[in-house]
Design a protein around this ligand. Sequence first.
Ligand SMILES: C[S@@+](CC[C@H](N)C(=O)[O-])C[C@H]1O[C@@H](n2cnc3c(N)ncnc32)[C@H](O)[C@@H]1O
Length: 397
Amino acid sequence: MSVAQGFAMPTSTDTSLPPPPPEGAAHSQKVAEHIAAAIVAEGDWIPFSRYMELALYAPGLGYYAAGARKFGQAGDFVTSPEISPMFAKCLALQARQVLELTSGNILELGPGSGVLAGDLWEELKGEGVAPERYFLLEVSPELRERQRKLLAYRFPQDIGRFVWLDRLPEKIRGFVIANEVLDVVPCALAYRTGTEIFERGVILSDAGFAWDDQRLPDGDLKRRAAAAFPPGDYDYVSEINLAAEGLVRTVCASLEAGLALFIDYGFPEREYYHPQRSTGTLRCHYRHRFHGDPFFMPGLQDITAHIDFTAMARAAESAGAELHGFTTQAYFLISCGLAVLVSAGDPTATLSRLKATSGVHRLIGPHEMGELFKVLGVGKGIDVPLLGFQSARHLQL
Ligand SMILES: C[S@@+](CC[C@H](N)C(=O)[O-])C[C@H]1O[C@@H](n2cnc3c(N)ncnc32)[C@H](O)[C@@H]1O
């Protein structure tokens, strides 16, 4: 669209962020022009959730929809399944228990590079308990392709048992896993100043994208912000993720019997909307640095927000699911048997043992992913204690 061409390229005030190569900058310029055109077409203002949706998922352009490397050392961030195979080994033990109780299948939401799917399959197959089907729901066509290639390479004889879905199935039975998916579901930003609540959105300015707040009409977003934000009339901005709640609700509504695990960074509501967290939790990942500027290089960086797990648990319960547990990633993995798995390695293979130990330390270290990352388990038709929660300290939601 001509109005957006020549649009001022968003730059960051954070000079420590490495500049992208020329082809990356050219791609980001296209993404920025696409978003700018959407702003013009949609009335010169879009809510932040729309900006996030376009920057991450615009077909062929967004961060998750185009060819950015994303995962691993050469990408922008590393997730637990990529850090250590121990993550999948622990999850496989939990999955096995649920599969045996339900005679169901596995559904993974947002499988990313496909590493977790591959490692889970290897573990379960090795134990002779692989389910009939491993369903994958992935919004990014580019990542679907990556997952398909990886799984076909690792399990050529089983590839027909991996099934990619375009939408959630009407009925799910078995084990559902979503690791670091809810944090990339586009969220709204609400801003309170005085006693008024606004929705924070994005406009075009001479310098590029700029924030702009619009008074919120009565509705879910306003109600939720008014109820969740700490009392007071000081300036407070934070995220409300109705779309992520919708995803949890839909998964749970479809669940006939089984367990859904949502693993992500976040807090219960009272900590999320803490008076001191007055600027929210929005976080962008670019080449292993994180910062707070979502306008920097759209299409080249991940944009995420922490999860309000209380809201997710309520969404699950509203769809008839029961809460099976809410704990830290460290407690969950340890309760699954992490220590036993680690000590089962060959004690004379010093180097591989050291490597394994350092990966495990990242997964459970209190200053790494052990405490910030939480595991929410919700399910239906399961009335035995679940492995990952049975000896874990339960956190209050
Ligand atoms: C941060 S990555 C995490 C990938 C992987 N689970 C891991 O732990 O490495 C987020 C993943 O969720 C996918 N995704 C985002 N929104 C989704 C949705 N509504 N349904 C399914 N997948 C989604 C992204 O395309 C991507 O694969």
